[in-house]
Design a protein around this ligand. Structure first.
Ligand code: NAD
Length: 253
């Protein structure tokens, strides 16, 4: 019960890493506000948490819309009295050469992956500063640190998340607000499945990717949830502005 009495809000909580984090935080005693654009998915997460005796409210929203994110933070405070932990995790990917990437593609990726994180930080920090502190965890990616063909727009958004994380960590550390990022490597989620499905042989794509990971497996959503848990607890009290890589060693090669 390392998060007993804490209030958390997790975006992208209907699937993959966000779902695993929501369930992990609830198991550790936190109240969870599970946020997603997909109503059915986030209700599934809520049912799983409630079935295990946890507390969970849901909100259906688009993180790229500032007013919706602002309202979500207000709702969390209305329901549970404060906001201790924000996990900005909702994200989308795109595999295209830059020569085929449209302005609309770029705007969509920037809206969800970067502006969504920016809005979450902005409105959570307003609340956290007023209550004496809090923790923000941003899901970036290994692709915020290294380049990969066909991921130029995605890499740009994730690099932006890392820069934003460092700037906010420096700005708010003295107010007892810790802002950190996680850089997952390939994690077995619907997002990665959709990327494999673009190729003509998804199984072969998966095998080829695994051969580039020293740990010789894909990450599991729970691997990333446990890193988020560490960052959320007082065990990470002196960790500010970090980009914690959890990638089975992929980026060390
Ligand atoms: P996923 O597709 O399984 O889950 C993402 C969730 O975000 C979905 O439930 C989706 O409905 C939600 N979402 C999408 N757009 C939204 C919006 N505008 N507003 C609110 N919710 C929205 O993906 P995942 O793999 O769990 O990815 C989670 C995060 O981890 C993303 O930021 C992703 O970029 C990052 N990441 C994933 C991997 C990987 O290999 N899976 C690797 C590195 C980083």
């Amino acid at each position: 019960m390392r998060l007993k009495g804490k209030v958390s809000l997790i975006t992208g909580a209907g699937s993959g890493i966000g779902q695993a984090t929501a369930e992990c935080f609830a198991q550790e005693g936190a109240s969870v506000v599970a946020v997603d654009i997909d109503a059915t998915a986030v209700k599934t997460t809520q049912r799983a948490i409630q079935a295990s005796g946890g507390k969970c409210q849901t909100l259906i929203l688009d993180v790229s819309q500032e007013n919706q994110v602002k309202d979500a933070i207000s709702s969390a405070v209305k329901w549970f009295g404060r906001l201790d932990i924000l996990h900005n995790n909702a994200g989308i990917s795109l595999l295209k050469p830059i020569t085929e990437t449209t302005e609309a593609d770029l705007d969509k990726l920037l809206g969800v992956n970067l502006k969504g994180v920016f809005f979450g930080c902005k409105h959570a920090i307003t609340q956290m500063a007023s209550q004496g502190g809090g923790v923000i965890i941003n899901t970036a990616s290994e692709l915020g640190l290294v380049g990969q063909p066909l991921y130029s727009a995605y890499c740009a958004t994730k690099g932006g998340v890392l820069a934003l994380t460092r700037a906010l960590a420096a700005e708010w550390a003295a107010e007892n607000i810790r802002v950190n990022a996680i850089c997952p490597g390939p994690v077995d989620t619907p997002m990665l499945d959709a990327e494999f499905a673009i190729g003509s042989n998804p199984k072969a794509e998966e095998k080829a990717l695994i051969s580039t990971i020293p740990a010789r497996r894909l990450g599991r959503p729970e691997d990333i949830a446990r890193v988020a848990l560490f960052l959320a607890t007082a065990e990470a009290d002196f960790v500010h502005g970090a980009a914690i890589v959890a990638d089975g060693g992929k980026t060390i090669l």
